[in-house]
Design a protein around this ligand. Structure first.
Ligand SMILES: C[S@@+](CC[C@H](N)C(=O)[O-])C[C@H]1O[C@@H](n2cnc3c(N)ncnc32)[C@H](O)[C@@H]1O
Length: 248
């Protein structure tokens, strides 16, 4: 399976909750942008960290106690197993590759928090705030197929929300339990990157190593791709965390 997270999954939560992502910020912003949209689909749900925060906030905000109905898909079973343990029956969790996603149409919104797609600042964008569209799918035809599957799963008028994250760069940090996390990124060619993730003990013993490949489209190409698949850019959230696309 291309870009499986199986090798990193045993350490994923430890890395992500040690300051890598602020899930509270993502969930608050999502809730605000989603308004009264209730049927939601997360693309690359991972271990369920986003859904957990979203449900927590939505449940405490809802006067009538109603929470959104969330479906999460992911192709890595060992990530989903953790999501199931975390969320119990509070979300529908399905092992699906986005390329073979065959869900009935009817979602009000789909979102990806560092999942199948996301944005990062474009270091070659001339400092004008332009962003790259990054993808765990490396081939053009797969990106088209995956985005068309999302389009088919959304209701007319539905939205697609993709996070904007910090630029990828080499990075090392301490983790609880005497472990060290390191990531390195290398450009393979125009728009193609390989990222290595390591979890090591202080004595240098490698506990886990995962290699993932990414595709990065410059802003105009990313917008063309989304447009070709039936999505139109409509907004960026005030705090810059999410880019919103309307399903045409
Ligand atoms: C960086 S993790 C993000 C997980 C979660 N959204 C979070 O914020 O913690 C990316 C996830 O996308 C999933 N993924 C990558 N490519 C995928 C594909 N083609 N189909 C389904 N899931 C995919 C991976 O298995 C992984 O769990």
């Amino acid at each position: 399976m291309v870009n499986s997270y199986a090798a990193l999954s045993g350490h994923y939560d430890r890395i992500m909750t040690s300051g890598y992502y602020d899930y509270g910020d993502y969930a608050r912003t999502l809730l605000d942008l989603l308004g009264d949209r209730r049927h939601l689909l997360e693309l690359g749900v991972g271990t369920g960290l986003v859904v957990e925060k979203l449900l927590e906030l939505a449940e405490s905000a809802a006067d009538d106690g109603t929470a959104p109905e969330i479906t999460g898909i992911d192709h890595t079973e060992s990530m989903l197993a953790q999501a199931r343990a975390r969320l119990g029956g509070r979300a529908h969790l399905l092992q699906r590759d986005i390329l073979r996603m065959d869900l009935p149409a009817g979602f009000d919104a789909a979102f990806s928090v560092g999942g199948v797609w996301y944005h990062t600042p474009d270091p070659d964008g001339g400092g004008k705030g332009s962003t790259l569209l990054c993808s765990h799918l490396v081939e053009d035809e797969d990106n088209i197929k995956g985005l068309r599957n999302v389009h088919a799963a959304l209701k007319p008028g539905g939205v697609l929300l993709l996070t904007r994250q910090a630029a990828h760069h080499d990075h090392t940090c301490e983790l609880p339990g005497g472990l060290v996390y390191a990531q390195t990124i290398r450009r393979l060619g125009e728009g193609h990157y390989v990222k290595d993730y390591y979890v090591e003990r202080r004595d240098g013993h490698v506990e886990a190593h995962q290699r993932s490949e990414f595709r990065a489209y410059p802003q105009e190409r990313g917008l063309d791709l989304l447009e070709k698949c039936g999505f139109q850019a409509v907004y960026v959230s005030d705090n810059g965390l999410f880019h919103g696309y309307a399903r045409r």
